[in-house]
Structure formats: C-alpha cells, structure tokens
Design a binder for this molecule. Sequence first.
Ligand code: BG6
Length: 441
Amino acid sequence: MAVTNTGIIILGASGDLAKRKLIPALARLYEKKEIDASCVILGSGRTPLSSDEFRHRFKGPQEFLSMLHYHTGMDGIKNAVDSLGDIRKYIVFFSLPPSVYGATAKKLSEEGFSDQTSIIVEKPFGYDYETARNLNRELQKYFDELQIFRIDHYLAKEAVQNILVFRFANSIFEPVWNSRYIESIQINAIEDIGAEDRAAYFDSSGIVRDMVQNHLSQLLCLLTMEPPVSLDAEDIRKHKMDVLKALSVSRWAKKQYRGYLDEKGVPADSTTETYAEIELFIENFRWKDMPVHIRTGKNLGRKGTEIGIQFKPIPKLLYNKTGSVPPNRIIFSIQPDESIIMELSSKIPGSDNRLTSTNMSFCYHSAFQVEIPEAYQRLLLDALKGDRTLFVSAQETEISWQKYAPVLVSEKPGLYDPGSLPSSALGVNWIDFENYGGACT
Ligand code: BG6
C-alpha cells in the first residue's frame, strides 16, 4: 500500500545529499507508486529559495515535481507543510551536521512536531561513547526512541540483507556456523579514492569512526548473531546487541597514506588513520576463540567490500596427507558485484586423485535480472512505513562506541603508499578477495 498524507521534510535540502540521493530516491518511490500525491515533500534550508527554484534543481515526472516545496529556515515550518495538504504524519530527514541535531530536535518540538513525527538522522552518530550518549539523550528529550531512525546505509545494501536470508533460510549452514568449524572471519572494505574533498571532515573522524564502529560492525552482527525468533526490528536489534556486548578488540594497526597530510583541510601534523586492521573476538559460546579480522581504508587501489568465512582445515588424511587441500571458504561479495561464492575442493577429471579448488557461485545480477534498489530508496520507504529493522538503535551505537574505545585513542600511524594494500601488520593471512571477482562476469 502506498504511503499517503505524509509530510516529508528534508532539513538541509539545499545541500548535496538532497540533490544526489534523497530527492532522486523519493522520485523513484513515487514512480513505483510507493508514495502518492497526497504526500508533501518540503525542503528546508538556510539558502532563500522559492519552491519553483527548488523544483528546478531536480528531475522527475511533472506530478512528482509538483509535490516539492521549499521553506526557508525552520520558523513556521509545520504550518507551512500543513497548509500544503491533508497531512496526518511527518517524517523529518536531518541532512545536517550532527553538531546541530540536538538544537534541531528542540526547534522541531517547539514548532509543534510531536507524536505523529519521525526523525531520520545520518552518521556520524557521535564521536565516541560519551558524545553518542549525550546525543541520544538530547534527541530523546524531544522524541521517543520509537520515533528516531538512525541510518546506517550498509544495512540497506541488498547483499547485506541477504546475509540473514543465506544464514536463516537455508538449513545447511547453521550447524557449521560456529567456531568449531569456522577458523576465522575476515571483513575487507577498501576504497580506491582518498579523503579528497571530504578531507576536513574525514580528518576529524578517521577510518575507525568512519567505517568500523558503524558499517562494518553492523555487517559483523548480521553474520554472527543468534537466530532471532521473528524478523521484528526489536528481535533483530536485540540479537545484534548481544554480539556487540560480547565483542572484544584484541589487536589493531593504524596507518595513513603518504600524501594525506597534503590534502586540503588536513593539519600538517595530523595523526588521523586512513587505514586500519583490527582483530577482535566475540566472547560467547558460538564464537569462542575465533578471530575476526577487519581491514578497511582509503586510497588502496580498488573499491570492494567482501567477507571471507574461512573454515578449518580437514585432517591430514585421505586426500590431505600432505596438508595441501585448501580449507573451504565462503565469500560474500557485498560490492561492487553482489555475489556469494563457495570454494570447494574437487577432483581433476582423469587424474589420479589430484584435487583442485573450484567455486560454486551465485551472482545477483545474473540470477535476478532486476534493478537493485538504491540504499536510500529502501531506507526512506522503510522509515515512511515505520519499519525500524534497518535502522540502528541508541543502545547499539553506544555499545559499539564503547567496544572500539581502545582503538580510538590517537596514536602516530604507520605510512603506506597510495594505490596498494599494506602488508598485514597483525600477521593476518588475508584472502585475496580480488581473485573471486569473476563470479559475475
Ligand atoms: C560513508 C563514509 O559512510 O561510507 C565514507 O563516510 C565511505 O568515507 C562510504 O566512503 C562508503 O560507502 P559505500 O556504500 O560506497 O561503500
């Protein structure tokens, strides 16, 4: 059923996010009949604009564009949206710096937004445990936790959602999904571009805050959580939280790419890391003693997010007397090509028990020739429908900050050359994920 009679308010609407992601996502939702013309989309920003000038910035069907309106500043914003239609509920997207989230929530409440309102906030959600907790308290002064939607766009990636389906809709994996059979889990999220025009923001954050505390921890939670009894947001969040509570960081190495200090907005003595390698453990019955390795960074020659599940080797018997049979692996490629690959050993035809590694692969694009929806499209629709499954709870953000606190302490990073992966400072035998890239060709 389409979403109707809703005021969709975008604060910071003259900015880049509204132009690149939010309005195009709403246009797609309109085209797909997920929202109808009884909704009003009101952009608001400090830049004075008329609704016509605002509309002209976007593309889409004429009927969609006529749903767009603009209001300068926040004074009178609720009356403005109410005067544009029969509006019964509101959703307010904060496309704003987190430093003004608290004041903005207060202002919304003063303007009369209350029970029928949901707010959507972007990361960074806090800088550490203290700041995240304060921010949660600030927002919760004006809005109930049930009204607050914290975005982690990794949760809306189709291949990320498929992790739960893969685990819980197939019976063959669950019995082996534990540290008795799995030797290690590797999460690799690397990017080819550096900090570039976001360098000033990035320098105040670093890769651990930017990627690990939120996106990669969420991936890890989905991979390792206990099976919930329902798909309700609260059940899933509770099980993710149990993983976070059991998480314990053991070792890490932080590095910075050569030339980072010359990026615009970066202080000459910055110790901000652009690359991190982290080892952690999940101290519970299922995952006891099994290391999880996370590697992420900027300017590493390739963009790719992959997860490697490395199984334990088979005994040195039968075909493996010399220990040459490689252990099984499951590779989840989250992006750029969404695929799942199982690496198995098989006999080389005609040979005398000579084995080779073979891949069984599932590639999204060839399996389903449909367009994979953009993350914001999914997130906005879920928020409009009140489904909080893909959003992160206050407690999750706080626990996660607590767990990564030792890694957040500033220290002088090692250096690496842009364009290539540094060798593992923790002695991790990283899977060559790029080798599995052919599944979708
Ligand atoms: C953002 C980070 O949250 O995620 C960026 O702030 C990073 O630094 C980006 O580049 C990565 O997202 P994606 O979807 O391109 O992997």
